[in-house]
Design a protein. Structure first.
Length: 143
């Protein structure tokens, strides 16, 4: 697995944020639906860092899994009640405020690839958050 590590996270976070992206070479050509990862990374930074002394680590990992690429966006931040994560995914995406949120990405993934391809959120209070998604390698016409 090749690793690209981004060390400079800009003036806003400076050295408080460690951000790394790890991508298996086999899955570099796999197209990921437009705007599906950015909201997850934004959440990891925005919500993950909160209550964490403003320090934290965000990791994006893309693994090769045969016919699919498996992506995880993980932070070591405040996490949340698993029940809260379920509620967030159940929210009507149209009720979300500005931007594209978790429920919206979940809906898009299921619309594009089918019901089995929704987001999986692993979290607990104080234990960080890991959001997983699976992307079939076969090209899809709506991307
Ligand atoms: N990585 C995370 N760590 C902790 N809480 C999170 C994380 N991602 C999402 N959340 C929780 O889920 C809620 C919904 O996220 P989202 O749909 O992206 O909306 P927004 O970011 O605009 O609040 C957030 O307000 C936050 O409470
Ligand atoms: Mg958000």
């Amino acid at each position: 697995m090749s690793t690209a590590t981004c060390c400079s996270s800009g003036p806003r976070f400076g050295d408080r944020l460690r951000f790394s992206v790890q991508v298996a070479p086999e899955v570099l050509p796999v197209p990921v639906p437009f705007l599906c990862l950015q909201p997850l990374v934004e959440n990891a930074i925005k919500h993950g860092m909160r209550g964490h002394d403003g320090k934290g680590e965000v990791r994006v990992v893309v693994r090769d899994a045969g016919p699919e690429a498996h992506i995880s966006v993980e932070d070591d931040g405040m996490g949340m009640e698993p029940e809260r994560a379920r509620q967030v995914l159940d929210d009507d995406p149209r009720n979300q405020g500005n931007g594209i949120g978790l429920a919206n990405v979940d809906v898009r993934m299921r619309q594009i690839y089918g019901e089995a391809y929704g987001l999986v959120v692993e979290t607990a209070v104080g234990a960080g958050t890991k959001v997983r998604l699976r992307v079939p390698k076969a090209r899809h016409s709506s991307l």
